[in-house]
Design a protein around this ligand. Structure first.
Ligand SMILES: *Cc1c(COP(=O)(O)O)cnc(C)c1O
Length: 370
């Protein structure tokens, strides 16, 4: 690129590590020489049962019942969806903001909070979006690593917040990629610190616990939720956040008006109308999580961490096979999982819980590999 152009672009972006996106399923299938339906996708914590049938029917009906609905801009206030969400989470609509996935809400919250040079505390190993996004806005990220069991080091966080004057902390509960839950008492303790605490509850439906009821009493609490995992709508990009109305007023000012598309809003509302069916898939996934955890723990060299989410983190020890070799061997058989080799996650793989027959295929392949 000519120097004149690089001079116009931000040099701090040139220095950032590019995000490694997931390879599209069709591309992978082609590479492996397998039909797409044969791929068992256990690498992104998606719902293996897909979207609710009611949501699919609602999507199919959009243009039939309201011609040109897709040609018209969506509702910038997401009124119908926020009303439905209000019933679901038991909070008034004024405390709810919707976004194109909870990823967008992470971004909005960082922009509403951090100026260049401001400080955010991060508790790795965790979802990497928090620190990547904060770095993009020139914030300083102070890591307070989790314990060996992946619990949050509460004292360490309190000390770092005070020492560094940090303004923001994201904690995924349960944590991704470790599955570790976060106790309500710990959230309460952290809420007494002078920071905005964002509890990312992307997997709350699998954990069966939430702190969303606390947003009215703690103005510094933000709870992030998504339809990507339990509701099976990852491809439509729809999430939301609950927060005190005083904080919501700031986030509303910086939100793009048409951030949630028509199809996403329709599918999300229909999923909430079909809660019984959705929660039945969640219950099946939880039952499979327990069965899969026990079967994996019986494999040589597999240490399985306790998980309150829809995935299991395993550390591969003892040299039966290396974690990356397991990932590659499974991929050759058309089974996709996540492999990590970052600090705290050496030799780790993360397996999303699939349908029973998918988990059986995984276990069969693993027994061949180790
Ligand atoms: C998957 C995930 C998200 C992203 O959710 P989207 O709504 O799809 O953007 C956010 N946080 C955590 C911890 C996740 O695992």
């Amino acid at each position: 690129m000519p120097a004149s152009i690089t001079g116009l672009l931000r040099s701090d972006i040139a220095a950032l590590e590019p995000y490694t996106p997931i390879v599209p399923l069709e591309t992978l299938a082609e590479r492996l020489g397998l039909p797409v339906e044969r791929i068992i996708k256990l690498d992104a914590n998606e719902n293996p049962y897909g979207p609710s049938p009611h949501a699919l029917a609602a999507l199919a009906a959009v243009e039939r019942d309201a011609p040109h609905r897709y040609a018209i801009y969506p509702d910038p206030d997401h009124l119908r969806l926020r009303t439905a969400l209000s019933r679901y989470i038991g909070q008034p609509p004024e405390r709810i903001i919707c976004g194109a996935g909870s990823d967008e809400l992470i971004d909005l919250l960082i922009r509403a909070t951090l100026r260049p040079g401001d400080t955010m505390v991060d508790c790795p190993p965790t979802f990497s979006m928090y620190s990547l996004d904060a770095a993009l806005y020139g914030a300083r990220v102070v890591p307070v690593p989790r314990t060996d069991q992946f619990d949050v080091d509460i004292e360490g966080v309190a000390e770092a917040v005070e020492r560094e004057g940090a303004k923001l902390l994201f904690l995924a509960a349960p944590n991704n990629p470790t599955g570790t839950p976060l106790a309500r008492e710990d959230v309460e303790r952290l809420l007494n610190l002078p920071i905005i605490l964002a509890i990312d509850e992307a997997y709350a439906e699998f954990a069966g616990t939430s702190v969303v009821d606390m947003v009215g009493s703690y103005p510094n609490l933000v709870v992030l939720r998504t339809f990507s995992k339990w509701a099976g709508l990852a491809g439509l990009r729809i999430g939301y956040a609950a927060m005190h109305e005083d904080v919501a007023a700031y986030v509303w000012k910086i939100k793009q008006p048409y951030n949630v598309n028509v199809a996403a809003e329709v599918a999300a509302i229909a999923s909430l109308d079909d809660l019984e069916e959705r929660m039945a898939t969640v219950a099946r996934i939880i039952a499979e999580r327990e069965r899969l955890a026990a079967a994996l723990a019986a494999l040589p060299g597999f240490r399985v961490y306790p998980s309150a989410a829809n995935f299991l983190l395993c550390r591969i020890t003892g040299g039966a096979a290396h974690a990356h070799a397991i990932r590659d061997g499974l991929a050759q058989r058309g089974i996709l999982i996540r492999y990590f080799n970052r600090p705290g996650l050496d030799d780790c793989i993360r397996i999303s819980v699939g349908r029973p027959e998918q988990n059986d295929a995984l276990l069969h392949a693993l027994r061949e590999l180790v």
